[in-house]
Design a protein around this ligand. Structure first.
Ligand SMILES: Cc1cc2nc3c(=O)[nH]c(=O)nc-3n(C[C@H](O)[C@H](O)[C@H](O)COP(=O)(O)OP(=O)(O)OC[C@H]3O[C@@H](n4cnc5c(N)ncnc54)[C@H](O)[C@@H]3O)c2cc1C
Length: 376
């Protein structure tokens, strides 16, 4: 299907099914409510075919350009039907499964994620390993019945809801750095896994500590080859910094408009509003070209760090402006709208951390794109 036709037909369908798609909760809702809403919207859009466009037929998709799924996410987040952060996990993890899982495994699992039957999580960061991912130490050793995994992950978003985890493990020697990492696709109900949610500063238990105690993972759940985990991670991270960010920006456009509607007259400085609008449109222009490069089959790489820096700056600018324009509401308001502005203001502080910190993105831009110094 062509993008223009997809847009028009999808918009009509979304209008016609607005009541079915609407959340049952008011306002932002709890994380439990957001997750239930996400599963509902994915099921409805999958059954109607929309969620399947832009994904390969071999994993239950209907084919077509990835621009189709970029538009679906844009339309759903701009209409406030799904929360963009939790919606984006599909964009982050499904492409990795398609590229690296055995074909039968991808064909079985990806439709479950698209249809909203399952949630998956990303087990990369560890207590001693965030920016320096190549130093991870969660160990997988070869056993008779499969890999035996022991170690800990942290900041694993939505692990308490997840049925599966894309997990990076150390299979080489401790000093093997990025050469000794292997990616596994792990069932979260395997014996030996303990998930402990962590409360964020905005009061939601959005991410978790995950402990692995001699967990058996079948060899056929290896993503790519043994020792190729770094390649899997480097393939995944650009997805985390491309289509997902396009969806997030659509949501930020909506919030800026709502801020302009809600802020008292004279509470917002026109130049400040102009700067935020400029950031939003600059991001959109950048991300649009990223979506088109993805659609033309280009493999995304370190240049997506530019998208990440721009999005993080924009997100914080939108909610900084909200803190100016709705100062009392953001600080102490106790109605639903104030709670939402405050939550999103606090959450926007994480934009320069999740998916790779702003400093690390700038290092990548300097070293890998501008050739200013070396990683080694
Ligand atoms: C909301 C949220 C959700 C997340 N979800 C997940 C998830 O689902 N799965 C997952 O695996 N992880 C997740 N993370 C973790 C995230 O990827 C890490 O927090 C991030 O990569 C930074 O790592 P760190 O926290 O260990 O900080 P550190 O690496 O310890 O960095 C601390 C500070 O030092 C700076 N710094 C570090 N090294 C350098 C350097 N070489 N040069 C300049 N500055 C440097 C960093 O920029 C940062 O400001 C999430 C984080 C957040 C906030």
């Amino acid at each position: 299907m062509e993008l223009d036709e997809f847009r028009t037909s999808l918009d009509t369908w979304l209008d016609e099914h607005a009541d079915d798609l609407a959340p049952e909760h008011h306002g932002l809702g709890t994380l439990d409510q957001q997750m239930a809403q996400l599963a509902k919207v994915k099921r409805l859009t999958f059954e109607a075919g929309w969620m399947r466009w832009g994904w390969p037929e071999r994993v239950g998709g209907l084919g077509g350009t990835p621009l189709l799924r970029a538009y679906l996410g844009e339309a759903l987040t701009a209409r406030d039907v799904v929360e963009p952060g939790i919606y984006s996990m599909t964009e982050v993890l499904a492409p990795t499964m398609i590229d690296f899982a055995a074909p039968e495994l991808a064909a079985t699992m990806v439709p479950r994620l698209l249809r909203g039957d399952e949630m998956w999580c990303q087990g990369f960061s560890e207590p001693g390993t965030g920016s320096n991912l190549a130093s991870l130490s969660c160990r997988a050793a070869r056993g008779d019945d499969g890999w035996r995994v022991t170690g800990q992950k942290v900041w694993t978003s939505l692990a308490q809801y997840a049925q599966r985890c894309v997990l990076l493990t150390r299979t080489g020697s401790l000093d093997s750095a990025h050469r000794g990492i292997t990616a596994l696709f792990v069932d979260m109900d395997s014996p030996g896994i303990t998930v402990r949610p962590i409360e964020t500063m905005h009061g939601a238990e959005e991410f978790c500590e995950v402990f692995f105690d001699d967990v058996v993972v079948p060899f056929e759940r290896t993503l790519g080859e043994e020792g190729q985990g770094w390649l899997v991670a480097m393939n995944l991270l650009p997805y985390e910094r491309s289509t997902s960010l396009w969806h997030r920006a659509a949501y930020l456009h909506r919030r800026l408009q709502q801020l302009l509607d809600a802020a008292p007259e004279d509470a917002l400085d026109a130049a400040g509003v102009g700067e935020v609008a400029q950031l939003l449109y600059a991001f959109r222009a950048r991300s649009r070209s990223t979506q088109h490069r993805l659609a033309s089959g280009e493999r995304l790489g370190p240049e997506t760090s530019i998208d990440k820096v721009l999005l993080a700056t924009t997100e914080q600018a939108v909610f900084d402006l909200a803190a100016d324009g709705l100062a009392a509401e953001v600080a102490i308001g106790d109605d639903e709208a104030s709670h939402r502005w405050r939550t999103e203001f606090l959450y926007s502080r994480a934009a320069t951390i999740y998916g790779g910190s702003a400093e690390i993105q700038r290092n990548i831009i300097a070293r890998r794109l501008l050739d200013l110094g070396s990683d080694r």
